[in-house]
Design a protein around this ligand. Structure first.
Ligand code: ASP
Length: 324
């Protein structure tokens, strides 16, 4: 090849490779609004309603990340939106305990320094995820419970509400079905978000009313760091939804991290292994996880008929879904 022909082919080669480089993933985000079996009242209209709110939540996170914001801010803002949306089992719309109250759990984790904050069994904090973040940033502790968490939230200006604020007609009806008709408590509706930002930092946030009809005082996997919520810049960030006792017994979030770090599995391989090989054989009502890794890969894995979910990457790829 003569020199000018060589230069020409070099330029063409560069032009071809430029769009590929431009598509490099600099941020990514994934969120869920709970997993469970497909119920008879899941009409196309209802699915559309869920997808609308999941997309709105996703857009909040995308905007923060696209403007160079931090993953910690993105996951907190997305979860706050989902807590305020009555469709989900977190904040307004949370399920009821066996004695007819709402007790909420939430956690947030910063994968850049392994700092985390969580609250459990709170009855009057409007947005538990923001108080969890305050625990991380303003106290030497990681997990505050019940009235201690509420007192801390009040002192720090968090919005406090009556317990009835969290009730919706749908949850009250569900609570009666669980108590009177012994309906199987369904874990659908916990919310969570994970994100990678342009600084390479991973964060995770999860918020829930827990399992419908739970004993008062019961705490699930969500505020247990390494179970339902985990983030580590070395590997990935994860938020889970499902039968919390199983998530805790399997230390599920940390397992995904460990499978990637010590066994060299990809994000998808590790996520599949924990859901299908670890959780599924333990029975329970199943569930799912959303994860992003340090390269911006996204994994959404569930062993139930549906998981409310949405995800996006800086290269323009995105998706939203409810049923399988
Ligand atoms: N994992 C939650 C809990 O056990 C429930 C759920 O995800 O729906 O508290």
């Amino acid at each position: 090849m003569n020199k000018s022909l060589f230069n020409l082919s070099l330029i063409i080669g560069l032009m071809i490779s430029l769009p590929i480089q431009a598509q490099e993933v600099t941020w990514s985000i994934a969120l869920h609004g709970g997993a469970g079996g497909v119920s008879a009242n899941l009409t196309p209209e209802r699915i559309a309603e869920y997808e609308l709110h999941l997309t709105e939540a996703l857009n909040i996170g995308k905007e923060i990340l696209n403007n160079g914001g931090r993953s910690l801010d993105a996951v907190e803002s997305v979860v706050r939106y989902l807590e305020d949306c009555p469709l989900f089992n977190a904040g307004k719309g949370a399920v009821l305990t066996a004695d007819g109250k709402h007790e909420l759990d939430a956690a947030i984790m910063d994968g850049s320094n392994l700092m985390a904050g969580a609250i459990a069994g709170v009855t009057d904090i409007k947005n538990p995820i923001s108080t969890a973040r305050m625990v991380m940033e303003k106290t030497p502790h990681l997990l505050l419970i019940g009235t201690g968490a509420s007192a801390f939230a009040k002192e720090n200006g968090a919005e406090i509400v009556e317990n009835e604020y969290f009730s919706t007609p749908a949850r009250l009806e569900q609570s009666i079905r669980i108590r009177v008709q012994q309906e199987q408590a369904s874990p659908i509706g916990t919310v969570g978000c994970v994100a990678l930002d342009t600084f390479g930092n991973l964060s995770a946030a999860t918020s829930t009313g827990g399992m419908g009809g739970k004993m008062w005082g019961r705490v699930g996997d969500v505020p247990i760091i390494g179970a339902g919520t985990y983030a580590n810049n070395q590997t990935m960030a994860i938020s889970g939804t499902g039968h919390g006792e199983l998530w805790i017994r399997q230390v599920l979030g940390f397992q995904v991290h460990a499978l990637m770090l010590y066994k060299g599995l990809s994000l998808q391989e590790a996520a599949d292994e924990v859901i299908f090989d670890k959780i599924a054989p333990m029975g329970g009502s199943g569930g799912g996880i959303v994860c992003v890794d340090k390269e911006g890969n996204v994994a959404l894995v569930f062993n139930t008929g549906m998981m409310h979910r949405a995800w996006a990457k800086s290269n323009g790829e995105w998706g939203v879904g409810v049923i399988e």
